[in-house]
Write a protein that binds this ligand. Structure first.
Ligand code: NDP
Length: 284
């Protein structure tokens, strides 16, 4: 079986170009506000990438870098100030937060109209009800890749490994809304190999290097690898055993170069959508 690799870099470039063209027509640049707490190296890299893309597309990018020991109250006050700005259309708080901070309280405080990563209870609830408004960027990127890969979903068996609020759970909702029959697996799943082996579509979002073995995968399945794991030698691998999976899957995403760039592209698209909804008009 010959595998088709889905190129997230190429697809994200297309999305970015479309956003850039539309931004150039607007009366004002869409504004993205990003809060980074502490000095987690991976978070610094992600935030840096988002800034570079945002600026390349003509967005206003405002970053607040806050000390790792900031109090919950002070963090919420910073969030209020950033999302209260008229020139900011979308706000993102980079996760994970230091242990003493409550990410749920941050999600609760997000203005749903500016919640570009769809984490507020309002946006998460609308998605769960089948009325998606602002869909989290990574799940939206995964769905866009499946669409581009021509992967049929209706009536198919999909397995999502991972049930976080930011990745696994929203992906499961989106797949179910696309009429797949969805199984969600997690750390207590009794027989992961068996669940994965039944699936036509496999989404791996765990954060465990090569957890999903190639031999588990049903020949012809579509496999989207959301995981990003840095090994001791500095290399990056996903949650799927890539080389062995490529022997069996019909469609597969690489790590890096798969879902990662799509997450950033969808962040830009979501920020543009927020700006349009808040009245940024064409006519520059
Ligand atoms: P979380 O740690 O929040 O969630 C991990 C999930 O995996 C949990 O639901 C957990 O189960 C489940 N899990 C843990 N161990 C196992 C196991 N042995 N078998 C089955 N399930 C297991 O991670 P995130 O959802 O935030 O991220 C997942 C991965 O995706 C990470 O590698 C992250 O770096 C990557 N990521 C990539 C992005 C991209 O743009 N490419 C964006 C965001 C994340 P339980 O609920 O029972 O604890």
């Amino acid at each position: 079986m010959s595998v088709t690799l889905l190129d997230g870099r190429a697809l994200s470039r297309e999305i970015n170009q479309a956003v850039k063209r539309q931004v150039a027509t607007l009366s004002r640049p869409p504004g993205l506000g990003v809060i980074l707490v502490g000095e987690d190296p991976a978070s610094q890299v992600y935030v840096g990438r988002k800034q570079r893309v945002a600026e390349a597309l003509g967005l206003l990018h405002v970053q607040r870098t806050l000390p790792a020991d900031i109090t919950q109250e002070a963090l919420l006050a910073e969030l209020d100030a950033l999302q209260g700005r008229d020139d900011i259309d979308g706000v993102l708080v980079q996760l994970p937060l230091p242990d003493h901070l409550d990410a749920d309280a941050v999600a609760l405080r997000l203005d749903p109209a500016k919640d570009v990563d769809g984490l507020s209870p309002v946006n998460a609830g609308l998605l769960a009800l089948g009325r998606p408004a602002m869909v989290p960027c990574t799940p939206a990127g995964v769905m866009r890749m499946l669409e581009r890969g021509g992967v049929p979903l209706s009536g198919k068996r999909a397995v999502v490994v991972g049930r976080s609020n930011i990745v696994g759970r929203p992906i499961a909702h989106l797949l179910e809304q696309a009429n797949a029959t969805v199984t969600v697996c997690h750390s207590r799943t009794a027989d992961l190999a068996e669940e994965v082996g039944r699936a036509d579509v496999i989404i791996a979002a765990v954060g465990s290097p090569e957890l999903v073995r190639g031999a588990w995968i049903r020949p012809g399945a579509a496999v989207i690898d959301v995981g990003v794991n840095r090994l001791e030698d500095g290399s990056l691998v996903g949650d799927v055993e890539f080389a062995a999976a490529a022997e069996r899957a019909a469609v597969l995403t690489p790590v890096p170069g798969g879902v990662g760039p799509m997450t950033i592209a969808l962040l830009m698209e979501n920020t543009l959508r927020c700006a349009l909804a808040r009245g940024a008009a064409e006519g520059r």
